[in-house]
Design a protein around this ligand. Structure first.
Ligand code: FES
Length: 185
């Protein structure tokens, strides 16, 4: 079945457009295919563009230990935690050392063992009652306050929470050798 559409032009001549069933269904199929293509391309685009909008760090809470482990301890306690970081499509699981210590007010806090000078690993020296960095001799009190040497700030304090009976920490990396604690993203 055909349908004719006649249209008069400015010079008085006429255009005749013939629409038959076959061309109508062909156009319908083309529009349908374009729509389906657009719908199917959404998940592909989201996958391809994911690294552009995904957070590079995104660390989650990590277990440090049972709260009862730390309640009776006056000296800082070294623990190794694991945490996952997402970088684009990759998820990297890392391990880092932290110290569970007490603030001057007596509250539990968790300190990164990464020296804020140039990133060596500090360790608690029971005999000196101080944290000591082996690289350039930086020293810190039990609550992380800077005592001596080139580190420009105190040891980095990490965000903590208690979940059930466990102490948890959100591990972060911070910029080295600057006076204020600046998160690296
Ligand atoms: S890296 Fe620790 S004092 Fe330099």
């Amino acid at each position: 079945m055909e349908q004719q559409i006649s249209r008069e032009k400015a010079d008085g001549s006429r255009d005749v457009i013939i629409i038959n069933r076959r061309s109508f269904f062909g156009a319908l199929m083309a529009v349908g295919s374009l729509g389906m293509g657009a719908i199917l391309s959404v998940p592909v685009l989201r996958y391809v563009l994911y690294p552009l909008y995904a957070k590079a760090s995104g660390t989650e809470w990590s277990d440090v230990g049972e709260m009862s482990e730390f309640s009776g301890s006056a000296a800082p306690v070294r623990k190794t935690i694991t945490f996952a970081q997402r970088d684009g499509w990759r998820e990297v699981v890392s391990a880092q050392s932290v110290y569970v210590s007490r603030s001057a007010a007596g509250d539990l806090e968790v300190l990164s063992a990464i020296c804020p000078h140039l990133g060596c690993s500090v360790s608690w020296q029971q005999g000196q009652s101080e944290f000591v960095c082996p690289c350039h001799g930086g020293r810190f009190k039990a609550d992380g306050q800077h005592v001596y040497g080139p580190p420009p700030r105190a040891m980095d304090k990490l965000e903590t929470r208690v979940k059930g009976s466990k102490l948890q920490v959100r591990f972060e990396y911070f910029r080295s050798n600057v006076p204020n604690q600046e998160k690296l993203s």
